[in-house]
Ligand binder design. Structure first.
Ligand SMILES: [Mn+2]
Length: 321
């Protein structure tokens, strides 16, 4: 019987899936070539996101997602400044100081942090196809695009796949994607017939989405607000919001599925105005987390009144402060 490795990763995220694929490739190359890999997408929530998640495999890793103090979580890599929630978890991290735990809030992507850490500690060099994905993770996760146009472009396979991931895949689809990416290039994955058809659909929906986002945006000072509480399944505009409302300093979006309600908050990377807020810190105060320039709060699908109050409070704080 093959040993089982569970990799918990930040779901619906290009960096999260790249991190999981990278770690899977490392594990097969260095630790156990016959390992049976189970990739498990994780979503942030108010409270312990690992509550009720079984750590029942032979080995466990968590990438691009919050710190888990359970000793069975042997491998951990993250770059979110809000990784330690509650803050007391930071003491566990500092006291135990496992050689297989890595945290660098200055890293542009978690995938980049993993590649560097495994290179230094295990003398492992990722294959070329994964190095390319790591470079894209650095660009996409840190919004290192020269313009909003470049950020929303679907010209490159990496950007088509990032949009497809953000559109909400089933857990099985995303787990399969992680396995494919651990073995083949972004362009090969994007060219798989089953994936290619879905990527084409994402591109086809773009024109309709642009019209919807244009109608949706409501100004509140220099904050552009997208309220999609009433459209179950509708997506966050992401960088499209800054393309269509270039004068915005901040964007705040509410989206909702039957499972979760998500409030996404961001600083316009192409604004010429300096930001006045730390978004991760702001979101953490409301039960979420993130980075200085992008963050979010995820609540349960049945917490609509609380989500609406949180949404209004965040918009008010950004517009007033
Ligand atoms: Mn990340």
């Amino acid at each position: 019987m093959a040993r089982v490795l569970k990799i918990f990763f930040h779901d619906a995220c290009f960096d999260g899936t790249t991190s999981a694929a990278l770690f899977a490739a490392f594990y097969r190359d260095v630790i156990d070539r016959n390992v049976d890999l189970r990739a498990v997408g994780m979503v942030h929530k108010d409270g312990d996101p690992f509550d009720g998640i079984p750590l029942d495999a032979d080995d466990h890793a968590c990438v691009d997602f919050r710190f888990c103090a359970d000793p069975r979580m042997r491998w951990w890599f993250d770059h979110h400044p809000t990784a330690f929630q509650p803050a007391a978890l930071r003491d566990v991290f500092d006291a135990k100081h496992l050689a297989t735990w890595f945290f660098d809030p200055s890293a542009p992507s978690c995938a980049g942090l993993i590649a560097r850490s495994l290179g230094t500690g295990w003398d492992w060099k990722p294959p070329a196809h994964l190095l390319e994905a790591v470079q894209w993770a650095d660009t996409i996760d840190a919004a290192r695009f020269e313009s909003a146009e470049a950020a929303v472009s679907l010209a490159q396979p990496a950007q088509r796949l990032a949009a497809w991931l953000a559109h909400g895949r089933s857990p099985i689809d995303t787990a399969r994607y992680v396995d494919w990416l651990s073995r083949s290039s972004l362009s090969e994955v994007a060219a798989r017939p089953d994936v290619a058809a879905q990527l084409a659909a994402v591109a086809d929906e773009r024109a309709t989405e642009i019209e919807a986002v244009k109608d949706l945006g409501v100004w509140n000072g220099d904050v552009i607000v997208f309220d999609r509480f009433s459209e179950v399944g509708a997506r966050s505009p992401g960088f499209l919001g800054y393309l269509l409302f270039p004068k915005a300093l901040y964007a705040v979006t509410a989206t909702r599925t039957t499972q979760n309600i998500k409030i996404s908050v961001g600083v316009n990377p192409w604004s010429d105005k300096p930001r006045r807020h730390d978004i991760g810190e702001l979101c953490a105060r409301h039960g979420g987390g993130g980075h200085a320039v992008v963050g979010g709060v995820t609540l349960r699908g049945d917490e609509l009144p609380r989500a609406q109050a949180t949404f209004a409070a965040i918009v008010r704080e950004l517009a007033d402060g």
